[in-house]
Design a protein around this ligand. Structure first.
Ligand SMILES: Cc1cc2nc3c(=O)[nH]c(=O)nc-3n(C[C@H](O)[C@H](O)[C@H](O)COP(=O)(O)OP(=O)(O)OC[C@H]3O[C@@H](n4cnc5c(N)ncnc54)[C@H](O)[C@@H]3O)c2cc1C
Length: 392
């Protein structure tokens, strides 16, 4: 029997037209599936479609104006479409955010994805019809307040909605009573509104440190508060350089009069607290009748971060891992999903997938978390094996 004769084409809905949705759509298309991409925004790009923050409307992107890519452009490209410098655009090796947006536009155009994307279409419900095993996707036209609802049926749904949009806030004593400005980095765009202010930046990861170093040029004082008991290495030099940049341990108490009290006993009266404390997973549209659990840090059970065993392969996720963001890994996920849906690849049984998930969880509980290099090495191994079997 010819191998191709067992392959089947599915009608697949991809939710989200950010990097992971786009590359999944390309892989699905290449595998012969019919694809519809539903995107709530007015354009594709996901996080990379820069949006001015709004006091009234919710925005998806958390990208601020000065943001540059944190990896060289070569690490951000998909296969068969190089992210090479284009004359007249931002040709830096670590370009600004707009350059990645333009790359994604070019990518979509090149692979015929643009015409598959239905813009301004917010998915409000994804649930399985018990009788048919097909997926019902309900969406809303966002161009008007009373936008029309639409219901469609798909063989499979790929969730590619990202997870850097719902702010995660710490719980701090006195937070409710503190009457001055409290913001999350999700709505931070430019430093000017903080001119001459005393700002406390909470969190010292990527966004926290970049934003603090940007604010130092306009604010009266910038206080960075982190969970560490000693000043983190990356702040040693900046704190030595700028007299009005100060590091503190975590916040202990916020007082009604504007005082911020830190665990190391120091305090400051601040105008603004800017929380750079990360994001939570959220899939408000997804109804799996309790099969999938989502809390702020975690979504599961997912086999290899992709398939929920009892709903696989018709429901899948791309881009879920939080610690590592490698576009080629997301591409491998998209290709894997496409090939499992066509029948080219097989998944283990639901029981076996559950066992594998439990095994990983047990491992994580018992042992030290793997370091970043180990995780990357393992991922690259998986990607290499996918590449080999694709080419064979
Ligand atoms: C400040 C910041 C800096 C970053 N810097 C880097 C970096 O330098 N390098 C890097 O590799 N990564 C970086 N990232 C991570 C970034 O999120 C990923 O690069 C990438 O955007 C993830 O792609 P995605 O498609 O999974 O999600 P997203 O880019 O978030 O795209 C998801 C898409 O789904 C759509 N969507 C969501 N819900 C719905 C719905 N209900 N209906 C329809 N559509 C919906 C959204 O509108 C969006 O277009 C950064 C993230 C942030 C927040």
């Amino acid at each position: 029997m010819a191998f191709d004769s067992v392959l089947s084409s599915k009608h697949v809905c991809v939710v989200g037209a950010g990097p992971t949705g786009l590359v999944s759509a390309r892989e699905l298309l290449r595998e012969g599936h019919s694809v519809v991409v539903l995107e709530q925004n007015h354009d594709l790009g996901g996080q990379w479609l820069y949006q001015a923050a709004s006091a009234t409307a919710t925005v998806h992107s958390s990208v601020y104006a000065s943001l540059r890519l944190n990896a060289p452009r070569i690490y951000m490209e998909f296969t068969d479409f190089m992210f090479t410098p284009v004359e007249g655009r931002d040709t830096r090796n670590f370009p600004g955010h707009r350059e990645l947006f333009l790359y994604l536009k070019d990518f979509a155009r090149c692979f015929g994805l643009t015409e598959l994307i239905r813009l301004n279409t917010e998915v409000v419900h994804v649930g399985m019809a018990a009788e048919t095993g097909k997926w019902i996707v309900r969406s809303r036209d966002r161009r008007t307040d009373d936008g029309e609802f639409m219901e469609e049926i798909f063989d499979a749904v790929v969730i590619a909605t990202g997870h850097f949009s719902l702010p995660r806030l710490p719980k701090i004593r006195g937070m409710e009573e503190w009457k001055r400005k409290q913001l999350h980095s999700h709505v931070y765009r430019v430093p000017e509104p903080f001119q001459d202010e005393v700002v406390v930046v909470v969190g010292g990861s990527l966004s926290g440190s970049e934003i603090a170093l940007e604010l130092v040029h306009v604010a009266k004082e910038v206080h960075i508060s982190t969970k560490h008991s000693e000043i983190p290495q990356k702040f040693v030099k900046p704190v030595a350089k700028y007299a009005h940049l100060l590091w503190h341990q975590q916040i202990e108490l916020l007082c009604e009069d504007g005082t911020v009290l830190f665990a190391d006993g120091s305090s400051v009266v601040a105008d603004t607290i800017l929380y750079c404390t990360g994001y939570s997973y959220s899939f408000p549209f997804l109804d799996t009748k309790g099969v999938i659990h989502v809390d702020e840090n975690r979504i599961g059970p997912l086999y290899e971060h992709t398939f929920p065993p009892s709903l696989a392969p018709s429901l899948s996720f791309v881009g879920i891992p939080n610690k590592f963001i490698i576009f080629r890994f997301f591409e491998s996920q998209g290709r894997w999903i496409a090939q499992v849906l066509s029948g080219k690849r097989k998944l283990p049984s639901a029981d076996e997938m559950m066992k594998a998930i439990e095994e990983v969880e047990r491992h994580q509980e018992l042992e030290e978390p793997k370091n970043f290099i180990q995780v990357i090495a393992e991922l690259l191994e998986v990607m290499a094996s996918l590449q080999v079997s694709n080419n064979s």
